[in-house]
Ligand binder design. Structure first.
Ligand SMILES: [Zn+2]
Length: 405
C-alpha cells in the first residue's frame, strides 16, 4: 500500500484483524450476512502520515449513517463553544459565510445561525442532510472534494470565510484532492478549521479511535506537509478534549496570518517524542494487549462472583474495543444506549441487542462498562443513573487505563 499523500510505501505497525463496519448496527436477519474487512494501520516514513492499510468504499459507509450529532449534550456544549470562539477569533459577522464539511444534522451550524452568521452545510449522508434541511439548516447531500469546491466557486460564486470540519479530515481517503478543494472554497483571507482525534492518543492506549471510517491519524508534522502541498499554511493549533484528545488546526493561504508559536512548539514536541519514527508506533500493540488482558481478567472475576455487567452505550469506539478484545455475551449481560436509532438493533461483530436505558433498572447490573469512556464523567453523573449509583452500582472505565469507580 502506498501513502495517500506522497506515494511512498507505508509500513504496517498495528492490526486489529478483521472488523465489521463499526457503525453498521444490524437487524436480526442481517447478522449472518455481516461483512468484515481488514483493519490495520501503517506509517509513511517519508511524510510521517499514519493511515489505514485498507479502506471500505465511502459509499458503503456514509450513505445511511446512523450517527446523529445532536444526541450528546457534551457534544452540543462543545459545538456552542466552538461557534462562539471562532466567531470572535475570526471576526465573523452577518456578511460572512461558514461552510461546514460533514455537517451532520446541523448540530454545529445551528450555533453559528444563532449568532446570525450565514451558513451552508455539506454532508454525504442523505438521511442526515434531510434532517438538517428540515431543521432549517441548508445542507447539500454531497461529498466535498475539489470538483465540488470548483463548482461552488465558479458556478455559484460561493467561497467561505470559515470552512469548518469536525472529524472529517480523518475520514476522507482522497485527502490531497480534499485539501485542494478546501483552498478553492476558501476566500483569499479566509480560515479553514479542522478538528480530529490526535495521533498521540494511539500512544496512550486510545486505540479505539482506529476504525474503517478513520483513514488518517494525524500528527502536526504530517499535516503541515499535507497542507503545504495543497497551497495552504497551518498558522495555529489547539488541543481539545473531544474524542478523548483532539487537535484543532487553523489554516489559511500562505502569509495571510503569522504562524503562531503553538505550531512550532507542537512540531518540536512531536519530533522529540519520535512521531517521525516507525519504532515509536511499533510499541502500541504490546501496550494495548496489556489492557486487553487486564480487562478480561477483571470481567471474568466479576462474572465468577455471579454478578451482572452491562455495557453503557455502543459508540464506534466501544464496538472496536468489544470486537478487538473479544468481549461479547460471555462477559456482558446486556448493552444499553440512549440513541433510539441504535435501540432494538444488534451491535456490529458482537451481535448483542441494544436496549434503552430502562433496562438498567429492570435487570439491576452490578457494573456498567463505560464504552464512551471519553465522556465517562458525564455518564457517571447522569440524572438517569442517579438511582443506579445510589443503589451501589459501579462503573468500569476501560481506557486509557482501567479504573473501577
Ligand atoms: Zn507519505
Amino acid at each position: 500500500m502506498n501513502c495517500r499523500n506522497c506515494g511512498t510505501e507505508i509500513k504496517e505497525f498495528f492490526s486489529l484483524g478483521q472488523m465489521p463496519p463499526i457503525n453498521s448496527f444490524l437487524k436480526e436477519d442481517d447478522m449472518a450476512r455481516e461483512k468484515k474487512y481488514n483493519l490495520s494501520v501503517g506509517f509513511c516514513p517519508k511524510c510521517y502520515l499514519v493511515q489505514l492499510i485498507n479502506t471500505i468504499p465511502p459509499e458503503d459507509l456514509f450513505r445511511d449513517y446512523i450517527y446523529f450529532s445532536s444526541n450528546s449534550k457534551y457534544f452540543l456544549d462543545h459545538c456552542k463553544e466552538v461557534a462562539n470562539n471562532l466567531t470572535k477569533k475570526l471576526n465573523l459577522n452577518k456578511n460572512s459565510l461558514v461552510l461546514e464539511i460533514a455537517s451532520n444534522d446541523g448540530a454545529q451550524l445551528q450555533y453559528f445561525k444563532e449568532l446570525e452568521i450565514p451558513t451552508l452545510g455539506v454532508d454525504p449522508a442523505e438521511n442526515i442532510a434531510k434532517v438538517a434541511n428540515e431543521r432549517g439548516i441548508k445542507t447539500l447531500a454531497e461529498f466535498f472534494n475539489l470538483d465540488f469546491a470548483k463548482n461552488l466557486k465558479e458556478e455559484q460564486n460561493i467561497q467561505a470565510d470559515l470552512i469548518f470540519g469536525a472529524n472529517v479530515l480523518a475520514h476522507v481517503p482522497e485527502i490531497v484532492d480534499f485539501v485542494k478543494g478546501v483552498k478553492v472554497a476558501l476566500k483569499p483571507k479566509g480560515t479553514a478549521v479542522f478538528e480530529f482525534p490526535y495521533l498521540k492518543g494511539l500512544m496512550e492506549n486510545k486505540f479505539d479511535i482506529i476504525y474503517h471510517e478513520h483513514v488518517f491519524y494525524y500528527s502536526i508534522i504530517a499535516l503541515i506537509g499535507l497542507f503545504k502541498n495543497a497551497g495552504l499554511e497551518i498558522y495555529d493549533v489547539e488541543l481539545t478534549p473531544m474524542q478523548g484528545g483532539s487537535l484543532m488546526i487553523f489554516a489559511s493561504n500562505p502569509g495571510v496570518f503569522k504562524i503562531k508559536e503553538n505550531v512550532n512548539k507542537l512540531s518540536a514536541e512531536e519530533f522529540e517524542n519520535g512521531f517521525d519514527k516507525l519504532e515509536t508506533y511499533q510499541k502500541i500493540t504490546m501496550s494495548v494487549l496489556k489492557i486487553k488482558n487486564d480487562l478480561i481478567a477483571i470481567l471474568k472475576k466479576i462474572k465468577s462472583e455471579g454478578k451482572k455487567i452491562a455495557a453503557y452505550s455502543a459508540p464506534a469506539k466501544g464496538n472496536i474495543l468489544l470486537n478487538y478484545f473479544g468481549i461479547n455475551k460471555n462477559y456482558l449481560d446486556f448493552v444499553v444506549d440512549k440513541s433510539k436509532a441504535k435501540q432494538n438493533l444488534y451491535t456490529p461483530g458482537t451481535h448483542m441487542l441494544v436496549n434503552p436505558l430502562e433496562k438498567i433498572y429492570e435487570e439491576k447490573p452490578d457494573y456498567l462498562l463505560i464504552l464512551c469512556w471519553n465522556i465517562s464523567e458525564e455518564v457517571i453523573n447522569m440524572e438517569e443513573l442517579k438511582q443506579y449509583r445510589n443503589n451501589g452500582g459501579k462503573f468500569i472505565i476501560p481506557i486509557p487505563e482501567i479504573k473501577i469507580i
